[in-house]
Design a protein. Structure first.
Length: 344
């Protein structure tokens, strides 16, 4: 007589099958990929399928390759990515490039895992250079000036208009150069491996009203203030600057041209450097020309020199000038220092 297996026999078979499958699963999971990593390329996070030839500082990227799941470190030419910004699986590592790197252009990527490391020669470019100003705002040939800005690493050339300058030293944010022989006034250009930038303001004076002394044909005709044209404590450049103490509100620093009037032909505008005394922060000085046309307001900076550059287009485009006036326009009785006044 044929016997039918009992329910307990079926249960035993089920348990044995479960244990067999669990054993095989554990065996598979215990297999560890110990192969060293490889890097095949880099993409951005917008289109991960397109490999890039270069990226910029500070961008998020996806590093492509194999055997990347145990990545514990990514560096860019020696600069480490923050640990908290590394995300990865076996074929990709997503990471944010640091905002500052060693080289302006060539920054190899190295990925380190538990089982080795891999590198990729890759261009990670600093941003194009920027110029925020220069100190001082004018100078004579061979004077040393500081150009302020950012992303100057790898600077290859500085030009005053078309004339190359001698570079004395450079950092990421400052370049010191010598004013080229024969140069008078114009824009400054800085070139790095990434690009060239032109200064927003003009360096130098094409015609001077006051530097260490009044220029020939000009006189100081200021009103409602007392002034000293020979003070040496606070100067923008050289050895002297004018200190003007306003005795009543709305006093003015004024310079008058003896006949003939100053012709503006060949010039673009007015330049002046002003140092704000106590209480001048945010206060106004209004510039105007004689013959009268338009006016333009300058905002003062307390305790520091500010170089102002005002195009004639903001002053009514005069053909000639017989006087230039800088009138205090906040009703303030304080003092300002004035240096490097002239035209560019």
């Amino acid at each position: 007589m044929k016997q039918t297996p009992s329910i307990s026999s079926y249960a035993l078979i089920a348990v044995l099958l479960f244990l067999f499958n669990a054993f095989n699963a554990c065996k598979k999971e215990s297999t560890v990929n110990t192969a060293p990593p490889t890097i095949t390329g880099v993409s951005n996070l917008v289109n991960r399928d397109v490999l890039l030839a270069s990226v910029d500082y500070g961008e998020w990227i996806s590093i492509k390759g194999t055997n990347l799941s145990s990545t514990y470190k990514v560096d860019f030419n020696g600069t480490l990515a923050a640990d908290s910004l590394i995300y990865g699986d076996d074929n990709t590592v997503t990471v944010k490039i640091p905002a500052q790197l060693t080289d302006p252009l060539n920054n190899p990527i190295t990925v380190s895992t538990k089982y080795g490391s891999a590198s990729l020669n890759f261009q990670i470019k600093q941003p194009a250079p920027t110029i925020t100003g220069f100190d001082p705002g004018a100078g004579l040939p061979n004077d040393e000036i500081s150009i302020k800005g950012n992303y100057f690493k790898g600077v290859t050339e500085v030009k005053f208009e078309t004339t190359a300058a001698t570079i004395v030293s450079s950092t990421q944010t400052e370049i010191k150069v010598k004013v080229p022989a024969g140069f008078v006034s114009g824009y400054i250009f800085v070139t790095t491996p990434v690009g060239t930038v032109k200064s927003a303001k003009v360096f130098g004076l094409k015609a001077t009203i006051f530097d260490d002394a009044m220029a020939s044909g000009w006189s100081n005709t200021s009103y409602s203030n007392t002034y000293d044209m020979n003070q040496t404590a606070i100067v923008r450049r050289g050895t002297k600057a004018i200190v003007n103490k306003f005795t009543v509100g709305f006093g003015a620093v004024r310079f008058t041209k003896a006949a003939p009037a100053f012709s503006t032909s060949g010039y673009t505008g007015v330049k002046i450097s002003i140092y704000g005394g106590a209480g001048t922060a945010g206060k106004k000085v209004r510039i105007s020309l004689t013959p009268a046309a338009s006016t333009f307001e300058l905002i003062l900076t307390e305790g520091a020199w500010t170089d102002y550059q005002v195009p004639f287009t903001n002053l009514g485009n005069p053909a000639t000038i017989t006087a230039i006036t800088f009138q205090e326009f906040s009703g303030l009785t304080s003092q300002i220092y004035v240096d490097d006044v002239g035209f560019y």
